[in-house]
Write a protein that binds this ligand. Structure first.
Ligand code: G6P
Ligand code: ZN
Length: 544
């Protein structure tokens, strides 16, 4: 088999975003496009020769083709071994787990996360480093820099490989090992949670759950875990077969896109517990019967109940949350006497805190929760954590959350997205706010008084790096906050996100409708940022 050196010219648009390089499928299908980026990554690694690479994806359109190309490039670049998920399937958390377990150089995950797939949908490529986490900015910047000057890539001339059958084959001198997509991950989960107790709950006949895998990557994992290992009945997992176009759906587990699950949990014969995960399996949404658990509350509840779960019974070293996530976890950290870190949006900012042992649990408002067990957020881990708590406490999801609010107070929380905004207009909103916020201190809006306004900067306590301009924060003296930032994950136009939060200590006022409870703050946000006027939209496109 020949190693070909193919001449190429750079593409100008290969700058990775919040979560890898994410573009439309037709963009990735351009000749040399994928190859350029992969070679730029390989060129940036210290050395590929003799190393092991983990490779898989969420099963979306172009996954299989991309895997064949990357296998041949890995072989041409001298990797000793590639561990590739069977049928090309590996969830993001499973990839992180495998990288860490086998101490590999890193991994490549083919996914555009929660973005729709299909011939005109999105595709993506994420690079993870040897700690199992997303490549830090200095790595992605180096890959981008390389992509701007690349003039050749290496690829083995070889027929396509069978990635459906488990086992080892050779590609040139590289061993290609097709691995069970689920086994290593399942073993890790079994080491963290009380599977016996969860099994007892799921087979008791008194408790039903529904897991919506949204025709994305967690299907095989959920079938194996819940219905296989933990004994739930066979119809527990819905949309459990990964499809290249996710069945035409939008694999984003929120109240808008996971509507099938929402209907089931709000139906007459609703199960006790519902959960959904996204395209690549790192996000989660959790529901009780007729009840929604916000991701921010979920992190707070997990932290407050961690001692009930074997993997965390020794206590937490700290909690970390992204800046726009509600401050509910902060109150738990205060009670536990541990630190709570506030990081910019993006899971990669948790990496140093986890590596340094400063945080055990992390979470984001964007339906991401995880811990130091890997270096990615982990959808099914969050579902199992909740099941473990439910099994031990024997209460409903709603009872657990309500009793949490009684102990800690309730943080009403909502996010309003204005999607598909013209980039210039979106930039204008943020630029205007940047000028305005430093002048707001002491200003009154009705009964609210501004305590501080800033453009969030994060000083990483581990490596001292500074990430600035991470979003506009306006904090009020009663602990309420309004936050504005632009999404870093969209592929069409800009998305302006408004995050609103208020704190309610009084249990008598824990039953309000969230949008009503937050209405005065939402009005202040529009007054300050002129969202509706500048976007030309009468209301947000998505409210979660
Ligand atoms: C991805 C990242 C998350 C981040 C989320 C929101 O899922 O992995 O860490 O919170 O995107 O990003 P956005 O920039 O769209 O708000
Ligand atoms: Zn994802």
């Amino acid at each position: 088999m020949n190693i070909l050196t193919v001449s190429t010219t750079p593409f100008a648009d290969q700058k990775p975003g919040t979560s890898g390089l994410r573009k439309s499928v037709p963009t990735f299908q351009q000749p040399h496009y994928l190859e350029n980026f992969v070679q730029s990554a390989f060129d940036t690694f210290d050395q590929c020769a003799g190393q092991t690479l983990v490779l898989g994806g969420d099963g979306r359109y172009y996954n299989r083709e991309a895997i064949q190309i990357i296998l041949k490039m890995a072989a041409a670049n001298g990797f000793a071994r590639v561990k590739v998920g069977q049928r090309g399937i590996l969830s993001t958390p499973a990839t992180s787990c495998i990288i860490r377990k086998y101490r590999t150089l890193g991994g490549i995950i083919l996914s555009a996360s929660h973005n729709p797939g299909g011939p005109t949908g999105d595709f993506g490529i994420k690079i993870n480093t040897s700690n199992g986490g997303p490549a830090p900015e200095k790595v992605t910047e180096a890959v981008y820099a390389r992509s701007k000057v690349i003039d050749r890539y290496l690829i083995l001339e070889a027929p396509d490989l069978d990635i459906d059958a488990l086992g080892e084959t050779r590609l040139g001198s590289t061993v290609i090992e097709v691995i069970d997509s689920v086994a290593d991950y399942e073993e890790l989960m079994a080491s963290l949670f009380d599977f016996e107790r969860i099994r007892t709950l799921l087979t008791s006949g008194n408790f039903r759950m529904c897991m919506d895998s949204m025709h994305a990557v967690t299907g095989p994992y959920a079938h194996a875990l819940f219905e296989g290992r933990l004994g739930a009945p066979p119809n527990t997992v819905i949309a459990g077969t990964p499809l290249p176009d996710f069945g035409g759906g939008h694999p984003d587990p929120n109240l808008v896109y996971a509507h099938d699950l929402v209907e089931i949990l709000w139906g007459a014969d609703a199960p006790d517990f519902g959960a959904a995960s996204d395209g690549d399996g790192d996000r989660n949404m959790l529901l009780g019967r007729h009840f929604f658990v916000t991701p921010s509350d979920s992190l707070a509840v997990l932290a407050a109940n961690a001692k009930l779960v074997p993997g965390y019974s020794g206590g937490l070293s700290g909690i970390a949350r992204s800046m726009p996530t509600s401050q509910a976890p902060d109150r738990v950290a205060a009670k536990l006497g541990i630190d709570c870190y506030e990081t910019p949006t993006g899971w990669k900012f948790f990496g140093n805190l986890l590596d340094a042992g400063k945080a055990t649990l992390c979470g984001e408002e964007s339906f991401g929760t995880g811990s130091n067990h890997i270096r990615e957020k982990d959808g099914l881990w969050a579902v199992l954590f909740w099941l473990n708590i439910l099994a031990v406490r024997g209460e409903s999801v709603e009872q657990i959350v309500r009793s949490h609010w009684r102990s800690f107070g309730r943080n009403y929380y909502s996010r309003h997205d204005y999607e598909g905004v013209e980039s210039d207009r979106a930039e204008t909103i943020i630029a205007n706010l940047r000028l305005l916020v430093p002048t707001l201190k002491g200003k009154r809006y009705g009964s609210y008084e501004v305590e501080y306004g800033d453009d969030f900067s994060y000083h990483d306590p581990v490596d001292g790096s500074v990430a600035s301009k991470q979003g506009i924060r306006i904090g009020f003296t009663d602990g309420s906050r309004i936050i504005f930032r632009l999404s870093g994950t969209g592929t069409h136009g800009a998305t302006v996100r408004l995050y609103v939060e208020s704190f309610e200590p009084d249990p008598a006022r824990h039953d309000l409708d969230t949008q009503q409870a937050l209405a005065p703050l939402i009005a202040i946000a529009d007054e300050v940022a002129h969202l509706r006027a500048v976007t030309g939209m009468a209301q947000p496109t998505v409210i979660t």
